[in-house]
Design a protein around this ligand. Structure first.
Ligand code: RP5
Length: 169
């Protein structure tokens, strides 16, 4: 049974979410993904959120652009943790979605991550961190992910220093 749901407001958001699915696969996590719109399919959004806990979900990730109410609407109907990813679109490049997602009224929180592709990755990593609180194996995988990430940055620095040395800089 998947514990993570990834909902997008439109299939047009899918391309920006690739990094999220890559990380989910890397961690070998099952997930459910749906296109559900707060505005275009509001009844489905409410129904999904109301049944999410009973359906075994522990975290819900919502990606939406423009007047991005998806995460807020989902959060209104469940006490599960909801993570919002503001999607970038014309003409405001995601600033509209960022404000719509992050500026929740007190009482109904949405954990809002970075806008766009970086946010998609961070949303999944945050969801994993939440699940890892009660899953030691997942916590170990998350620590390993961080260790490898640190190594790759150190390797990049080392390679940069080598290149600079070759140029006598
Ligand atoms: C939002 O409106 C979606 O999440 C998407 O980011 C944006 C545009 O949707 P489409 O017109 O591409 O379906 O609801």
């Amino acid at each position: 049974m998947p514990e993570i749901a990834v909902i997008m407001g439109s299939k047009s958001d899918l391309i920006s979410l690739k990094g999220a699915f890559d990380i989910l696969n890397q961690f070998e996590l099952k997930f459910t993904t749906r296109v559900i719109s707060a505005h275009r399919t509001p009844d489905t959004a409410a129904e999904f959120a109301k049944n999410a806990e009973a359906n075994g979900f522990k975290v819900i990730i919502c990606a939406a652009g423009m007047a991005a109410h998806l995460a807020g609407v989902i959060a209104a109907h469940t006490t599960l943790p909801v993570i919002g990813i503001p999607m970038a679109s014309e003409p405001f490049n995601g600033l509209d979605a960022l404000l719509a997602t992050v500026q929740m009224p007190p009482g109904i929180p949405v954990a809002t991550v970075t806008a766009g592709k970086a946010g998609a990755k961070n949303a999944v990593l945050l969801a994993i961190a939440i699940l890892a609180l009660s899953d030691k194996s997942l916590a170990g995988k998350l620590k390993e992910f961080r260790r490898k990430q640190t190594e790759s940055v150190e390797a990049a620095d080392s390679s940069l220093q080598d290149e600079l040395a070759k140029l006598n800089l």
